[in-house]
Write a protein that binds this ligand. Structure first.
Ligand SMILES: Nc1ncnc2c1ncn2[C@@H]1O[C@H](COP(=O)(O)OP(=O)(O)OP(=O)(O)O)[C@@H](O)[C@H]1O
Ligand SMILES: [Mg+2]
Length: 326
């Protein structure tokens, strides 16, 4: 273990995974400081689960190195496993057990006797709001309750790093909010590092830093605010008394391209808040309303990948694609 590796909850050097001919993860260099929330954002097939699987010692990297909580995932897998919790993308709960039995069983798998794990199981059930349902079989739980139980299970071994693969996919917005409240609380109270994957842009907003991944590669990394600032423009939507005239004025006086559509005149401008009063003074047409929309993470994704996160890859990535993209 080196001092450098130790400051970071997760550190990777040129980490990669090839499945047969398919490079699923390519040249990953990450440094995630302890106690922070890091999000891996990318569409289906981007390589998010593959990365988490390598970091959690479930999948051997093809190339490169990775350290989790200061330990090498290949050379010291047991030391890594002792220090992590993992919430899988697919549910892995035993539906026939009650919530409490499931947690007890999981603790026993890690060699923690019931007399030791009992108070912890009670505290975790309380934390995720499932105390009242502890004796019910998981089969009867809703999706949100199951997800909360899985998060509790991931915390049983007091992890230094909690990996969450799409923690709130398929949950309603209210449950998603509750789960995020729990996760923030955990981070505050226990200083754990959260490493999550998501293709929800709203979820990425909870992260201190995010990496946008597409086709196995990190396209860009930074805080959500930094990445949005980098996009460098706001979107302005104007409703006017004469949209065609407004488009002309915007081109002639401001040198900007605007398009007229059903929701009004739309354009991109570096500082929307400064543009609107300047336009109103110059327009010569009545301005009925003006909306300034700052860049979203969707704009960031579009800016770096040329498409929106909602659009999936048209086919699998091949070795040749990676060669071209690099
Ligand atoms: N066991 C495997 N064998 C072969 N190819 C695989 C295997 N697991 C994943 N892949 C491929 O690797 C690529 C990355 O998959 P991965 O599951 O890491 O993506 P993901 O970002 O987690 O996607 P999702 O958002 O759908 O969960 C995909 O093209 C996938 O088909
Ligand atoms: Mg996945």
């Amino acid at each position: 273990m080196t001092a450098v590796a130790d400051e970071f909850a997760v550190r990777t050097e040129d980490l990669g995974k090839v499945y047969g001919e398919l490079p699923a993860v390519v040249g990953l260099d990450l440094s995630v400081p302890r106690g922070t929330t890091f999000g891996f954002l990318g569409p289906n097939g981007a390589g998010k689960t593959t990365t988490i699987s390598m970091l959690c010692t479930l999948l051997r990297p093809t190339v490169g190195r990775a350290f989790v909580a200061g330990h090498d995932v290949v050379a010291e897998p047991h030391s890594v496993r002792e220090r992590i919790g993992l919430v899988f993308q697919e549910t892995t709960l035993d539906l026939d057990l009650t919530a409490e039995e499931g947690l007890r069983f999981h603790a026993e798998l890690f060699g923690i006797p019931w007399r030791v794990s009992r108070p912890k199981v009670a505290a975790l059930l309380e934390l995720v709001d499932l105390t009242g349902s502890r004796d019910r079989p998981v089969r009867e739980f809703s999706g949100g309750m199951r997800r909360r139980l899985e998060i509790a299970r991931g915390l049983l071994t007091t992890p230094q790093v909690l990996f969450l693969d799409e923690p709130t996919t398929g949950l309603d917005p209210q449950t998603r909010t509750v789960i995020w409240e729990h996760l923030h609380e955990l981070r505050e109270q226990h200083g754990i590092t959260l490493f999550l994957t998501t293709h929800h842009l709203e979820e990425a907003e909870h992260c201190d830093r995010i990496a946008i991944m597409d086709g196995g590669q990190v396209e860009v990394e930074g805080s959500p605010a930094e990445l949005k600032a980098e996009v460098g423009h706001d979107t302005v939507v104007l409703r006017t008394g004469d949209d065609a005239a407004a488009v002309r004025v915007i081109a002639e006086r401001f040198g900007l391209d605007a398009v007229s559509g059903p929701d009004g005149v739309r354009l991109r401008v570096a500082d929307g808040a400064a543009f609107v009063p300047a336009f109103c003074a110059e327009a010569g047409v009545p301005v009925l309303s003006a909306t300034v929309v700052p860049p979203s993470l969707d704009d960031v994704f579009l800016h770096h990948t040329g498409r929106t996160i909602r659009a999936e890859r048209s086919g699998p990535l091949t070795v040749n694609d990676v060669g071209r993209r690099r």
